[in-house]
Ligand binder design. Structure first.
Ligand code: GEK
Length: 275
């Protein structure tokens, strides 16, 4: 497990003077999340291979996720609001699969330094390196702990908010329940988990319609049919979506008291689960 700090502070709950300055809503995100245009799957030749979070993906990631996930910007912006309502002083906000730090930045916009320690986890070294640079640029005054680790093998402690924005879908299904149990154990009653995922819709005909609408969205964002087909193939068995009911039932089984969808656009949804 590797560990970085965004600004070289100690790996402790931060007790420094609160020098957080009020920023325009999500300004931190938009100022640092510049990106090359995603053309990774525009090649007509050969098998696209399995999707991995390597440096080629990191270079285009903000553009890729914005043009691929309907509602992404809204979910990230509202993540900060949800976190601010539930963050408790002296606890941690964990962002699992933090990628380039979008959710961490959203949380930083809405929660004050002395209240909570922001902790981002990701198992992609390339992602975390760029994430560290983004955070240092956007919120140099804020301590953020970044940990390179598989999120299924971390000892979570003293949390008030846990965030899984579009990450659980990449965890093998048999490991999902124990991960959620570990997160629930780190939270206290009334705390929250935010879970954003691509969903499998029911019945099958509704899923087919939502998949078509998602592809319409991608086409409207400038992706070609070839890029859409190649990406779909690359994500086959890598991103494994489940139904809303499956997620809700698993969250209850993991010990959350209630959970439901608070946002949905086509087959992408975000749930909030209350401990
Ligand atoms: C955002 N939340 O911008 N352990 C650690 N990290 C993992 C694991 C794992 N087992 N599996 C995948 N990841 C972000 C977007 S992207 C979603 C999240 C997407 C990491 C992976 O390296 C990647 O950075 C992230 O989870 C998923 O709101 O690209 O569709």
């Amino acid at each position: 497990m590797g560990l970085w700090l965004a600004r070289g502070h100690s790996f402790r709950t931060h007790k420094a003077v609160n020098c957080y300055a009020t920023r325009p809503f999500t300004a931190g995100i938009s100022t640092v999340m510049t990106s090359h245009r995603d053309t990774l799957y525009s090649n007509t030749l050969g098998d696209p291979g399995l999707f991995t979070f390597n440096s080629a993906v990191v270079n285009v990631f903000p553009d890729m996720i914005k043009r691929s996930v309907p509602g992404y910007g809204s979910v990230i912006a509202m993540t900060g609001l949800l976190a601010a309502r539930h963050a408790r002083p002296g606890t941690r906000i964990y962002d699992l699969g933090c990628s380039l730090g979008a959710s961490l930045l959203s949380c930083a916009e809405h929660t004050e330094t002395e209240h909570c320690e922001l902790v981002g986890l990701d198992n992609s070294n390339a992602m975390l390196r760029q994430c560290r640079a983004n955070l240092a640029e956007a919120i140099p005054q804020r301590t953020v702990t970044l940990i390179e680790a598989d999120i299924t093998s971390v000892d979570y402690q003293n949390a008030s908010v846990c965030i899984l924005n579009y990450t659980l879908q990449f965890v093998p299904i048999p490991q999902r329940l124990s991960l959620l149990r570990n997160l629930r154990a780190a939270l206290s009653p009334g705390d929250i988990l935010i879970l954003s995922e691509k969903l499998l819709l029911e019945p099958e005909a509704m899923d087919a319609l939502m998949v078509k609408l998602h592809h319409d969205f991608k086409r409207a964002q400038g992706y070609s049919d070839l890029e859409i087909a190649n990406k779909r193939q690359a994500l086959e068995n890598v991103l494994v979506p489940e139904t809303r009911d499956t997620h809700k039932a698993r969250l209850l089984e993991a010990g959350f008291s209630h959970a439901d969808v608070w946002f949905q656009c086509f087959n992408f949804a975000s749930l909030v689960a209350v401990a």
